[in-house]
Design a protein around this ligand. Structure first.
Ligand SMILES: CC(C)(COP(=O)(O)OP(=O)(O)OC[C@H]1O[C@@H](n2cnc3c(N)ncnc32)[C@H](O)[C@@H]1OP(=O)(O)O)[C@@H](O)C(=O)NCCC(=O)NCCS
Length: 160
């Protein structure tokens, strides 16, 4: 089994979109598809898993549309795809990864040190309603201050 990046709109990318549609019920949106990098898990030439990565400003990366073929689950394919995406993000010096998880998949991400945040919400499409929850992971701790201190120590007002 090999994790790789699919050539945009090539044969494997199309197979990944089909798998995602079957597993998650999401509608393929070509416009959105152009904004993401599609990671795939290949087993003997067959696409058995897919996960998309979207790069946001401020070094925030978002994982989207994670799906593993039902007959291939429990073989660490999902975990390896997430790790491959995180390595890719580290190489690009991205520090934060965010995602929205289906409620039932939250433990899968928690095992990889993602924490739940904000709120649960429903993604309502024409024929489905899915409960999602925001999750986050810090890839590298920030070791440098975000900005210079505004005032020198002696300039702070004194308090009684
Ligand atoms: C969630 C999903 C991507 C996991 O992929 P997978 O390849 O089966 O998972 P892995 O084998 O890599 O699992 C890694 C670990 O997470 C655990 N895990 C996986 N899915 C889990 C779940 N739904 N609930 C609890 N634990 C889960 C595994 O037991 C394993 O734990 P271990 O390290 O203690 O052995 C896959 O089940 C799937 O496609 N589900 C349907 C679509 C979906 O929910 N996608 C997520 C959308 S946000």
């Amino acid at each position: 089994m090999q994790i790789t990046i699919a050539k945009p709109f090539g044969k494997e990318h199309v197979a990944a979109m089909t798998l995602r549609q079957d597993v998650l019920g999401t509608i393929i949106d070509v416009k959105k598809e152009r904004k993401v990098v599609t990671f795939i898990a290949l087993d003997d030439g067959r696409v058995v898993g897919t996960a998309s990565l979207q790069l946001y400003p401020c070094k925030v990366a978002r994982i989207r549309q994670v799906a593993v073929s039902p007959d291939c689950r429990g073989k660490r394919i999902g975990q390896k795809m997430i790790q491959a995406i995180e390595d890719h993000c580290r190489n690009l010096n991205y520090k934060y990864v965010i995602l929205t998880s289906r409620v039932q998949a939250v433990p899968f991400y928690q095992k990889m040190d993602y924490t739940t945040h904000f709120f649960t919400f429903a993604d309502k499409n024409e024929n489905r309603s899915v409960n999602l929850i925001w999750m986050k992971k810090v890839l590298q701790p920030l070791c440098e201050p975000m900005c210079e201190p505004i005032m020198e120590e002696q300039q702070y007002p004194e308090f009684d």
